[in-house]
Design a protein around this ligand. Structure first.
Ligand code: RTP
Ligand code: MG
Length: 141
């Protein structure tokens, strides 16, 4: 298995629920190293750029409205098989279908407000990490 880096975002709903600390704790307790984080409030255009892969999907407008509705916390985590591992810890896109013990089960409200984002492939991570962080903002631990 390879050591990978993945981009995680605590979405605006989970920031408002004061879940940032708990989400970081859960990921770190799963042997994922936190290499970078910040809190930002994206503009609609910035959210659209981040989710550009979904530009033709019916939920694109709603998704980017939500992601620009309040501050969120992008973070970079590193670990063995980190991309698939974080997706598993987060749970299914729809919190109603997410397994017990997952972050989306605990903090998600519905498919639109599902508490967290995580990169779904190496290719996505390679786009998403530099979208928020310069090389100087990512620390080698
Ligand atoms: P994410 O990118 O946020 O980590 O979520 P994901 O991979 O689990 O799901 P994806 O297919 O990439 O969809 C991105 C986000 O769009 C919203 N969505 N809404 N109304 C709908 O049917 C619908 N489908 C997706 C979700 O908030 C999802 O996280
Ligand atoms: Mg996705």
């Amino acid at each position: 298995m390879a050591v990978e880096r993945t981009l995680v975002i605590v979405k605006p709903d989970a920031v408002k629920k004061n879940a940032v600390g708990d989400i970081i704790r859960i990921l770190q307790e799963n042997d994922l190293k936190l290499l970078a984080l910040k809190m930002i409030h994206m503009s609609k255009e910035e959210a659209k750029g981040f989710y550009i892969v979904h530009k033709d999907r019916p939920f694109y407008d709603e998704l980017t409205d939500f992601m620009s509705s309040g501050p969120c916390v992008p973070m970079v985590f590193e670990g063995e098989n980190a991309i698939a591992k974080v997706r598993e810890i987060i749970g299914a896109t729809d919190p109603a279908k997410a397994e017990e013990g997952t972050i989306r089960k605990k903090y998600g409200t519905d498919v639109g407000r599902n508490a967290v984002h995580a990169s779904d492939s190496v290719e996505s991570a390679n786009y998403e990490i530099p979208y928020f962080f310069s090389a100087l903002e990512i620390h080698n631990l």
